[in-house]
Design a protein around this ligand. Structure first.
Ligand SMILES: Cc1cc2nc3c(=O)[nH]c(=O)nc-3n(C[C@H](O)[C@H](O)[C@H](O)COP(=O)(O)OP(=O)(O)OC[C@H]3O[C@@H](n4cnc5c(N)ncnc54)[C@H](O)[C@@H]3O)c2cc1C
Length: 423
């Protein structure tokens, strides 16, 4: 109980991020006068403690659902028709409405030779020992988060990604900044290539790449995308259609499927695969169907983070999206050494970028890379949702000394883009 987020997603991931970040804190301590005896790290202890916390959370979720009066049937459910599901026990359950929230699973892509040796994020949470070397294929947030987690624990990490740079869909400056910060930590990032074959000899894997090179490692992990869990649900018997564009269940703005009594929310619809989005869609379903309040979920300006190191926090449009949408776009950008690094000596830079619609003065995008970026993005999300202008940001007094004060003190645009009138 708890689904991907609690059992094998956001929560255990963030616990591992905290754990690996401690390595950086220990390294940074010397400049502040601390001498710390050689620190050692024990992976099995971390995994056992993480599992204990997940078990506690699962028990709490189960208790809350049961307390609400719901009946929980711990089994698979498959549609017989639009109002009936058959359980693995053979029992059938009938209902006026059905909500599908079966989530998604990691996909490994094409069945290349040796694909059976590949692990996904699911298995990465339960490895019996810390890999000394790991190859991770993928350039999205899950791949980068795990790359930084393992690098923080001292593993030798290679990221292999088929595109030209990591974090496709993020602002170009964020992509370039994250890549260079990760490379500074010794993470090898190979772009423009893919893993084509994996050999196993003893405990060692050799991954052969499309660029002709090969890389030895102790684990090979793929994080190249996730598929909505639509298979084997009997959707055809219920008259529930698939969205041909993304492979998820097709839904309207109220999360209603092609069957009028069946709704679908979360990753199974493959819209924006984030926990708070799934929760909000579920809430809107409840409001619409049982609360007498028709509620659409607004999917615009959702703050999001990548918990790589340093982390990314972002909300709103990227520069290229804004330039495609608005005639005048002003960019405010600052790259600077965070105060903490002056004494720690860590070679790291922070990036802050605001994207402003030059006509309305509205701040339409905020992008941050650096410590605290995720927390900042959540709060900036309120300002962006309220349609705050750059003048509102400027009118806000800085809070000193913080990194975030940069967001309200950037006065001069670093670039101004004006679209030429056609004709
Ligand atoms: C490694 C990782 C890190 C992530 N980090 C973040 C993050 O930092 N922030 C964030 O917002 N999101 C994150 N996500 C995404 C987030 O976990 C998902 O968006 C969220 O869990 C989606 O919720 P859901 O309810 O749609 O599906 P899920 O949480 O996947 O739940 C689906 C449930 O349905 C069950 N099920 C499936 N088929 C059936 C069936 N036939 N019968 C009965 N039950 C069935 C499954 O067992 C599962 O329990 C992460 C995901 C991963 C994999």
């Amino acid at each position: 109980m708890g689904g991907t987020c609690v059992i094998r997603g956001c929560v255990p991931k963030k616990l591992l991020v905290y754990a690996s970040h401690i390595h950086h804190e220990i390294e940074d301590a010397a400049g502040f006068g601390w001498s710390i005896p050689q620190a050692t790290f024990d992976w099995p202890t971390l995994i056992a403690n993480k599992d204990k916390e997940i078990a506690r959370l699962e028990a709490a979720y189960t208790a809350n659902v049961e307390k609400s009066g719901a009946r929980v049937l711990k089994t698979r459910a498959v549609f017989e028709d639009a109002h009936t599901v058959r359980l693995s026990t053979g029992e059938t359950v009938r209902s006026k409405y059905v909500l599908i929230a079966t989530g998604g699973t990691p996909s490994h892509g094409a069945a290349i030779p040796g694909i059976e040796h590949v692990i996904s994020s699911n298995e990465a949470f339960h490895l019996p020992s810390l890999p000394r070397r790991i190859l991770i294929q993928g350039g999205g947030y899950i791949a980068l988060e795990f790359a930084c987690i393992f690098a923080g624990f001292g593993s030798e990490v290679t990221v292999v990604y088929r595109g030209d740079n990591v974090l496709r869909g993020f602002d170009e400056d964020v992509r370039a900044h994250v890549r260079s910060e990760m490379e500074k930590q010794g993470i090898a990032i190979l772009t423009g290539c893919t893993v084509t074959k994996i050999d196993k000899r003893g405990e060692e894997f050799t991954s052969h790449l499309s660029n002709g090179s090969s890389i030895a490692s102790d684990q090979v992990m793929f994080a190249i995308g996730r598929h909505p869990n639509v298979g084997g649900l009997g959707l055809d018997k219920a008259g529930v259609a698939i969205n041909p564009e993304n492979g998820g269940i097709a839904v309207d703005g109220f999360s209603k499927t092609s069957a009028p009594n069946i709704y679908a929310v979360g990753d199974v619809t493959h819209r924006i695969n984030l926990t708070p989005v799934a929760i909000r869609e579920g809430h809107a379903f409840a409001d619409t169907v049982f609360g007498g309040r028709e509620t659409r979920v607004d999917h615009a300006d959702i703050a999001t983070a990548v918990f790589c190191q340093p982390e990314v926090g972002t909300v709103g449009l990227t520069e290229s999206q804004a330039r495609a949408q608005f005639d005048r776009v002003d960019i405010y950008k600052a790259t600077f050494r965070p105060m903490k690094s002056t004494l720690s000596g860590r070679d790291t830079k922070m990036l802050m970028k605001l994207i402003v619609d030059g006509t309305s003065d509205r701040v339409v995008g905020c992008h941050i890379v650096g410590d605290g970026a995720a927390e900042m993005a959540q709060v900036l999300g309120i300002a962006v949702k309220m349609k705050a202008t750059k003048a509102d940001f400027d009118a806000t007094m800085a809070l000193h000394p913080t990194a975030a004060e940069e967001l309200v003190t950037m006065r001069t645009p670093s670039a101004r883009h004006v679209r030429e009138a056609v004709g």
